[in-house]
Design a protein. Structure first.
Length: 223
């Protein structure tokens, strides 16, 4: 039966408008996003199939390309999922840029995780901060293969000076999903910190992004 034929108070869109989004299940929220079902499935059934195929909501939204494997899910619906994820990322970035200065690793971890976790290759990113630890910009400086990205201290120093940054937070993802810092991660962090000290830029943290919670080198006392 089509969702249009359901009682009005059970339809996901009407329920969201009347009672708020927090009361909807993950599948119901996906149904609102997708708009309609396909191949004889209503939108909620399609949402459940997407969640089951990805394994979790985080996995689905982190890798929207995975939805391409769902039969009957065309480019338009895949584009809606990708657009929703990008809007969430931009909302987090806007909150960072317009809010007060960062005070702990948690303030930036959610945004950097949303930006980097889904990528199938390694990216080294830099969050530039002013003297009150307010966000100036976030930039992907280096990209690599699934095995790593080469980081060049000279380019990092140049980028910090161009943004007139007083402090920085580094982040990179591990496509394997394991967020433990490697010996190479620790070595390049020390090298960058030494290089930036010469131009008066403080390294506040280096976050390693995997499938779970980001690992903060500052929180572990590794800086």
């Amino acid at each position: 039966m089509s969702i249009r034929n359901w009682p009005e108070n059970e339809r996901p869109r009407e329920k969201l408008l009347a009672r708020g989004s927090t009361l909807l299940s993950d599948a119901e929220l996906l149904a609102v996003l997708l708009g309609s079902g396909t191949h004889g499935k209503d939108a909620i059934a399609l949402g459940r199939e997407l969640l089951a195929g990805a394994g979790s909501l985080a996995a689905l939204l982190g890798r929207p390309d995975a939805s391409a494997r769902t039969p009957g899910l065309g480019p338009a619906k895949r584009a809606r999922i990708a657009a929703a994820l990008e809007l969430a990322r931009r909302s987090l970035a806007e909150q960072l840029a317009t809010g007060p200065g960062l005070s702990n690793p948690r303030d930036s971890a959610d945004y950097l995780r949303a930006r980097l976790r889904h990528l199938p290759y390694e990216v080294f990113a830099c969050l530039y901060l002013d003297n009150r630890h307010r966000v100036i910009a976030c930039e992907e400086l280096f990209r690599g293969t699934v095995d790593g990205a080469s980081v060049h201290p000279r380019e990092v120093v140049r980028a910090c000076l161009q943004h007139n940054a007083v402090a920085v937070i580094f982040a990179h993802n591990h496509p394997s999903g394991v967020a433990e810092p490697s010996a190479a991660d620790l070595a390049v962090t020390r090298e960058l910190r030494t290089a930036l000290q010469l131009v008066g830029v403080r390294v506040l943290d280096h976050l390693v992004i995997g499938h779970g919670e980001p690992v903060s080198m500052a929180a572990r006392g590794l800086l």
